[in-house]
Design a protein around this ligand. Structure first.
Ligand code: MIG
Length: 663
C-alpha cells in the first residue's frame, strides 16, 4: 500500500473503509519539556508509515487483545509492544503483555477486520481527533489484511482460519485451579489440599510458581523444597490432582548449569555487540534464548518434555515479553540474525510454541500451555491469562472487556487471576470474582507473594459456601464449556462473547462492558461494585429465562435486579439446551455416565460433543456427536457420529419435569 492511495472496501456498494489522501509520515511535537518535568511522554509520536482513514459517527472499534479500558476502542490510542508494567492497569495504558495488531470496525451492521502483519511496535489511534483513525509504525512491513464478514461471526471465522485456531484442550484444563506465588514445598501443597477438603470445595489443578525451582534456574527443581519431585507428583496424580509449573525464559548465567552451558555451546542465546546479551530477571544475571530459531525451540521443547516426564501436566510461561529488571533490551540485541525490535512482540509466541511442541512430542496427551505474552495466532499453542491484575473492583470490571477483546482477537482460552493478583482481596471482592470467573475458560485463583491469603478457606463460612456454590456450578457446566471448544474448531468463535456477537441487530447492547455471553445461550450479568447487591440487567430483544428458576422469564429490556452476595444473574436465551454433568461431578478426567440436558422454554437445537477428554483418539473418530432438539420442553435427538462409549443415561429436564432417555 502506497501513501495516499485511496482504498475502498465496500459491501453492497457501501464504503466501509476510506483512506485519507494524506496518510503519511506525521510531524512530531516537541515534548521534551514535559519529559523534563517527569511526565510520562507518549513514545508513539515518532512515526514512520501511517495509514489514516476517515472516521464516521457510526463506527466503533474492537479487538487488539487484552487492552485496558472499555470494549469499544473508539477515542483511545493503543500500542502493540509487549509490556510488563507493574503499575495498576488503567484505561490509559498504551500497551499490555500481548500484541494483537488486529481490530474490527463495526459500522452499523457491517463488520470489517484489519490485521496488520507487522511484529515491530505498532500504534493504533482510534479517533483521538474525532475525524480520523489510523495505525502507524516506524519499521516493518506495510502489509495489512482486510477481513469482511458480513457478520461478525463470519469475520472471526475467516480471521482465525488465516491465523490459527486452538485444537481441543484437555478437559481437565477447564477444571478449577489454585495458584499462589508461591507454594514452596510439599507441606504447603498438602495444606492447600487439606484446606479445600475441609471446605468441601473441589480443585483440579495445583500450580507451582517460581519457588519450586533451584535458584530460579529454569527446568530445575529445588532439592530442598521438593526432594522427591517426580514421586510427589505421582502421589498428587493418584489423588486426582493435576500440576502446572511455571517456567521463565531468562536462563541463569551460571557455568555448570546444564541449560546455560548447552545454550552457550550452541549459540542459542541472544547477543549484543558480539557477546551474549545479559540482563537480569529472577535468577539474577540471565540470558535470553532465541525462540525465533527452530533449533532453540526444539531444545527448549525437549527440556519441557523432561519436565512433563516428571509428571508435570501443563506448563505456564511467564516473563516472556520478555521482562528484564535492568532496563529494556536495546532494540538491536540480536536473536540469531534478527533484532530485538522485530522479535520482541513475538518472543512470547515463540516460547509458547516451543513449550507446546515440547509437550506434544513427549506425551500422548493434549498439551496445555498458559502464557502471559504472545502475538496474534498464539491460540494454536496456548491459553492466556491477563497478567498481574490487582485486588480492586476496577480490575473485576476490567475482566469483562479484557476477556471479550481477547476473544475478538482470536484467543478463546482466557482467564483472569480470580480475587486479583496484587494487593489484599476482601471477602466481598473474592465472592464477586468467583461468580464472574466461573464463566472463564481458565478458572484460577492466584495471588502475589506477601498479599493476604486468597484461598477461599481462609475466609468465613459464608464466603466458603458461596465459593463452593460457584465452583460446583462450574464443574456441572463442564460439558457446555467443552462443547464451546469443540465449536471453536469449526467456527473460530470464542466461548466468551460480547452480546453484539449474538445480537447484532440490537444496537443498545453493543458496547456493554458489564455483561457477556458464554456461548450462544448463557447471558451473565455479575455484580461488579462493592456494596451493590443488585445489577442493572440489560437483555437483548427476545425472551430470556432465569437459569436458576426456569419458571421466571423476561422479555428484552432493562431491569433492576437484586443479587445478594451469593448471586450472579444468569439468563438463558429461550429454546436453549444446556448440557450439565451431575451435581458432585469433580473427577474431570472421567467422562461421566450421565448427561443432564436443561431444556429452556422455546424451540432450539444443540450439538453436543462427547469424548475421552484427553489424548488424540478423537482424531481417529473416537467421539460421539449428538444433535438435540428442544420442542418447548420435549426432546428429540440424533446421533451424528458414534465412535466412543455412550452415556448410560441422558436426562432431560424442563418446566414440565424430568424424562430419562437411554441412548
Ligand atoms: O515478576 O512468578 O504474572 O503470575 O506469580 C513477577 C511470580 C513474576 C509474574 C506473573 C505472576 C507470577 C509472578 N511473576
Amino acid at each position: 500500500m502506497k501513501d495516499g492511495l485511496l482504498i475502498e472496501a465496500s459491501s453492497a456498494s457501501k464504503i466501509l473503509l476510506e483512506e485519507t489522501k494524506d496518510s503519511k509520515e506525521e510531524a512530531s511535537e516537541d515534548l521534551s519539556l514535559m519529559a523534563k518535568e517527569g511526565h510520562e511522554v507518549n513514545s508513539s509520536i515518532d512515526r514512520g508509515i501511517s495509514h489514516q482513514f476517515i472516521l464516521h459517527e457510526d463506527e466503533h472499534f474492537y479487538g487488539l487483545g487484552d487492552h485496558t479500558g472499555p470494549i469499544d476502542l473508539r477515542g483511545y490510542k493503543k500500542e502493540c509492544w509487549n509490556s510488563d508494567n507493574p503499575a495498576a492497569q488503567v484505561d490509559t495504558f498504551l500497551s499490555m503483555y500481548k500484541s494483537f495488531p488486529f481490530f474490527i470496525i463495526r459500522k452499523g451492521n457491517d463488520y470489517l477486520g484489519l490485521y496488520l502483519d507487522n511484529t515491530f511496535k505498532t500504534i493504533f489511534d482510534f479517533g483521538l481527533d474525532e475525524k480520523t483513525f489510523s495505525f502507524s509504525f516506524k519499521e516493518g512491513p506495510d502489509d495489512f489484511y482486510l477481513f469482511y464478514g458480513p457478520t461478525l461471526k463470519e469475520l472471526l471465522a475467516a480471521f482465525t482460519k488465516a491465523t490459527g485456531r486452538m485444537s481441543l484442550p484437555p478437559r481437565w484444563s477447564l477444571g478449577y485451579g489454585q495458584c499462589r506465588w508461591s507454594y514452596h514445598n510439599e507441606a504447603e501443597l498438602e495444606s492447600v489440599i487439606e484446606g479445600y477438603k475441609k471446605a468441601d470445595i473441589p480443585v483440579t489443578t495445583l500450580y507451582l510458581d517460581i519457588d519450586y525451582m533451584d535458584g530460579y534456574r529454569v527446568f530445575t527443581t529445588s532439592e530442598k523444597s521438593f526432594p522427591h519431585f517426580a514421586s510427589y507428583l505421582a502421589s498428587l496424580h493418584s489423588r486426582g490432582y493435576k500440576v502446572i509449573t511455571i517456567i521463565d525464559p531468562g536462563v541463569k548465567e551460571d557455568k555448570g548449569y546444564s541449560i546455560y552451558d548447552e545454550g552457550m555451546k550452541n549459540g542459542y542465546f541472544a547477543t549484543y555487540k558480539g557477546k551474549t546479551y545479559v540482563n537480569e530477571v529472577w535468577p539474577g544475571r540471565s540470558v535470553y534464548p532465541s525462540f525465533n530459531n527452530a533449533d532453540v525451540r526444539k531444545w527448549w521443547g525437549d527440556n519441557v518434555g523432561l519436565l512433563s516426564s516428571q509428571g508435570v501436566d501443563g506448563v505456564w510461561c511467564d516473563m516472556n515479553e520478555p521482562a528484564s529488571f535492568r532496563g529494556p533490551l536495546p532494540d538491536d540485541v540480536l536473536f540469531g540474525k534478527e533484532e530485538h525490535k522485530e522479535i520482541h512482540n513475538v518472543y512470547g509466541y515463540y516460547m509458547a510454541e516451543a513449550t507446546y511442541e515440547g509437550l506434544k512430542g513427549h506425551t500422548a496427551k493434549r498439551p496445555f500451555v498458559i502464557t502471559r505474552a504472545c502475538f496474534t495466532g498464539a491460540s494454536k499453542f496456548t491459553s492466556v491469562w491477563t497478567g498481574d491484575n490487582q485486588s480492586i473492583y476496577d480490575h473485576l470490571r476490567l475482566a469483562i472487556p479484557q476477556q471479550l477483546s481477547l476473544g475478538l482477537s482470536g484467543m478463546p482460552f482466557v482467564g483472569t487471576d480470580i480475587g486479583g493478583f496484587g494487593g489484599d482481596t476482601t471477602k466481598e471482592l473474592l465472592c464477586r470474582w468467583i461468580e464472574l470467573g466461573a464463566f472463564s475458560p481458565l478458572f484460577r485463583n492466584h495471588s502475589a507473594a506477601g498479599t493476604k491469603r486468597q484461598e477461599p478457606y481462609y475466609f468465613d463460612k459464608e464466603t466458603i459456601d458461596i465459593y463452593r456454590k460457584w465452583v460446583n456450578f462450574r464443574y456441572q457446566l463442564t460439558p457446555y464449556m467443552y462443547d464451546l471448544f469443540y465449536n471453536h474448531l469449526s467456527t473460530g468463535l470464542p466461548p466468551l462473547r460480547p452480546l453484539f456477537m449474538e445480537f447484532p441487530d440490537d444496537a443498545s447492547i453493543a458496547n456493554l462492558n458489564t455483561e457477556f455471553m458464554l456461548g450462544p445461550s448463557i447471558l451473565v450479568s455479575p455484580v461488579l461494585s462493592s456494596g451493590e447487591n443488585n445489577v442493572l440487567l440489560k437483555l437483548p430483544q427476545g425472551r430470556w429465562i432465569n437459569f436458576f428458576d426456569m419458571s421466571e422469564s423476561k422479555n428484552g429490556g432493562i431491569y433492576a435486579l437484586d443479587a445478594s452476595l451469593s448471586e450472579c444473574p444468569v439468563y438463558i436465551r429461550s429454546g436453549s439446551i444446556i448440557p450439565l454433568f451431575e451435581k458432585g461431578y469433580t473427577n474431570i478426567d472421567k467422562t461421566p455416565d450421565t448427561l443432564t440436558l436443561l431444556l429452556f422454554p422455546g424451540e432450539g437445537s444443540y450439538i453436543h460433543y462427547e469424548d475421552a477428554g484427553d489424548g488424540y483418539g478423537y482424531i481417529k473418530g473416537e467421539y460421539n456427536l449428538y444433535e438435540f432438539t428442544n420442542h418447548d420442553g420435549s426432546l428429540t435427538y440424533r446421533l451424528l457420529h458414534e465412535g466412543y462409549r455412550r452415556y448410560k443415561k441422558i436426562i432431560a429436564r424442563s418446566l414440565s419435569g424430568e424424562t430419562t432417555l437411554l441412548p
